[in-house]
Design a protein around this ligand. Structure first.
Ligand SMILES: [Zn+2]
Length: 58
């Protein structure tokens, strides 16, 4: 039981890291990651532009 739940925890934390969205700034080309739950107000960390493209792991 302990081993199985340890594996399940490892798998779910692996999933948790998948909740990051990769964005690319259309203005300056900077690529950066943001947690998916912050996606409503994402700005480029470099130039502050909101003109972003979600590249989603590509
Ligand atoms: Zn930018």
């Amino acid at each position: 039981m302990g081993l199985v739940s340890a594996i399940a925890d490892a798998l779910s934390s692996e999933e948790g890291r998948g909740n990051v969205v990769r964005y690319e700034c259309r203005d300056c080309g900077t690529a950066f990651d943001r947690a998916a739950n912050h996606m409503m107000r994402v700005r480029c960390p470099d130039c502050g532009s909101a003109n972003l493209r979600a590249t989603d792991g590509e």
